[in-house]
Design a binder for this molecule. Structure first.
Ligand code: HEM
Length: 145
């Protein structure tokens, strides 16, 4: 192998490795971008709120809530979970949801409305699924045990 060829192979390998490394460390951040950053997430959460109110499977649970607080906190939570530069400042998930006795059906209904809200905001299916994967980790803290 000539020196030149060796150099080219080495550089190509390095470029591939660097590319992979960059993608790995920024994987959370990539989802944040795919959701349209905080402004995009805020729009999704706003649409989710409209959808919740129209969904008789879950609307009753949200009666009388502080809508602005819910909007801010869920937006920050999704921003943080997706790798964005936000810090969730709301209450712990268990504390918020325990007394509601959230059922599986209700959890799925909310997830379904979130998917539709993301769809309406042009979020790709891949990004939708990546966010759902991360939110599912919160499932045990939210549903009734
Ligand atoms: C992936 C699923 C869910 C996530 C990530 C989530 C997240 C959140 C967050 C971040 C808040 C704001 C907490 C705060 O302001 O301190 C909240 C509040 C609330 N959540 Fe959930 N939630 C989920 C599922 C559900 C479901 C399935 C229901 C009921 C059907 C529900 C009902 C509520 C209600 C009523 C509030 C307002 C509570 C209050 O302000 O007193 N959540 N949730």
């Amino acid at each position: 192998m000539t020196l030149r060829m060796g150099t080219i192979i080495l550089l190509t390998t390095l470029a591939l490795l660097t590319g992979c490394a960059t993608r790995d460390t920024a994987s959370g951040d990539a989802l944040y971008q795919d959701l349209g950053e905080r402004a995009g997430i805020a729009n999704i959460v706003e649409d989710l709120l409209y959808r919740i109110v129209e969904d008789e499977r879950i609307a009753f649970q949200f009666q009388g809530i502080d809508v602005v607080q819910f909007h801010t906190n869920l937006t920050d939570q999704i921003c943080e979970i997706s790798g964005g530069p936000c810090t969730y400042g709301g209450r712990p998930m268990t504390e918020v949801h325990t007394d509601m006795n959230v059922t599986e059906t209700q959890f799925n209904a909310l997830a379904e409305q979130l998917v539709l809200a993301m769809e309406d905001n042009g979020v790709s299916t891949s990004a939708q699924n990546r966010l759902l994967d991360r939110l599912v980790e919160l499932h045990p803290q939210i549903t009734h045990r």
